[in-house]
Design a protein around this ligand. Structure first.
Ligand SMILES: NC(=O)C1=CN([C@@H]2O[C@H](COP(=O)(O)OP(=O)(O)OC[C@H]3O[C@@H](n4cnc5c(N)ncnc54)[C@H](OP(=O)(O)O)[C@@H]3O)[C@@H](O)[C@H]2O)C=CC1
Ligand SMILES: O=C(O)C1=N[C@H](C(=O)O)C[C@H](O)C1
Length: 248
């Protein structure tokens, strides 16, 4: 397939390498410097767009591609307040849109483990749930998209929790509620860490915790290319559960 890479930074380059190894072609590479070129690319030169750019650019990028009739696989985080708008546009254009906060197969298994653990902890209110995510210092958004998905999974399992809050005051993009009623997320930025997520349950006497550690960006990139291969020929709005459900 002919892939348009929209965003050609750390992820765009990792995706390019895996796409080429899997026999695909790169139709174009677009980043902030040559964004205007997007409008000049012939519609039939592109089978699918893989969009990993920045929180502030994702919405315009996705809209432009759906308007052109291109299927879009998006991995950019930090733009989800516009999700309904994008999904409506996709339906209106009878297009195809795939989003995941994390394309790694391992993280998606971890999401399921997290939901199961949260359901299991429902009857043990003496345990306090909290989360930590660690990423490289270039990351623009906090908390990570993956941490938000994990928090949503915890909230599904623990109906007494009222939302999520970030640990640092002033960085709260969740509901502003008492942290004892909420899932607390701590965001740390260290060196070149690709992505580490921990969910922990602390009591007076012990701690249960689960952690996913990405050793590199390869897992994210491979998942995004597999999602692009899967998306071709489909119409609608999709996520990793659709993809994994169809290959299990
Ligand atoms: N869902 C997932 O599995 C994963 C998601 N991510 C997310 O993907 C995104 C990108 O991450 P990463 O590659 O590490 O970031 P980088 O900062 O390394 O790369 C971002 C790229 O986007 C480009 N860009 C910025 N603005 C625009 C624009 N308006 N149009 C097109 N391109 C633009 C930048 O161009 P320039 O260099 O010219 O500024 C750069 O090439 C982040 O939101 C991150 O959270 C990351 C890993 C996994
Ligand atoms: O910015 C990153 O690097 C990552 N972003 C995603 C997120 O916000 O969850 C996924 C991964 O953890 C790497």
């Amino acid at each position: 397939m002919n892939i348009l890479l929209l965003g050609y930074g750390k992820m765009g380059k990792a995706i390019e390498q895996i796409a080429l190894e899997r026999g695909h072609q790169i139709a174009a590479r677009v980043d902030a410097h040559n964004r205007a070129d997007l409008e000049t690319i012939p519609a039939d030169a592109v089978d699918v767009v893989i969009e990993f750019s920045a929180p502030e650019s994702a919405v315009d990028n996705i809209k432009s591609c759906l308007q052109r009739g291109w299927p879009v696989v998006c991995g950019t985080t930090g733009w989800l307040s516009h999700r309904t708008e994008i999904e409506q546009l996709c339906q209106e254009k009878e297009g195809a849109f795939f989003y995941a906060s994390n394309y790694s197969i391992g993280v998606n298994l971890f999401f399921r483990l997290n939901k199961t653990l949260a359901r299991f902890m429902r009857n043990y209110p003496s345990y306090h749930v909290s989360m930590t995510e660690i990423h490289h210092t270039e990351k623009k958004d906090a908390p990570s998209g993956t941490a938000i998905t994990l928090a949503e999974g915890v909230l599904e399992g623990l109906p007494n929790k009222q939302g999520w809050v970030t640990k640092e005051a002033g960085d709260d993009k969740g509901s502003r509620i008492n942290s004892t009623d909420a899932v607390e997320i701590e965001s740390l930025r260290e060196g070149t860490v690709p992505g580490t997520h921990t969910v922990r349950y602390d009591s007076e006497v012990d701690r249960i915790e689960i952690t996913h550690i990405a050793h590199s960006r390869q897992g994210f990139a491979l998942g995004a290319v597999i999602a692009a291969e899967w998306l071709i020929g489909r119409q609608g709005v999709f996520g990793m559960d659709d993809l994994l459900g169809s290959i299990e």
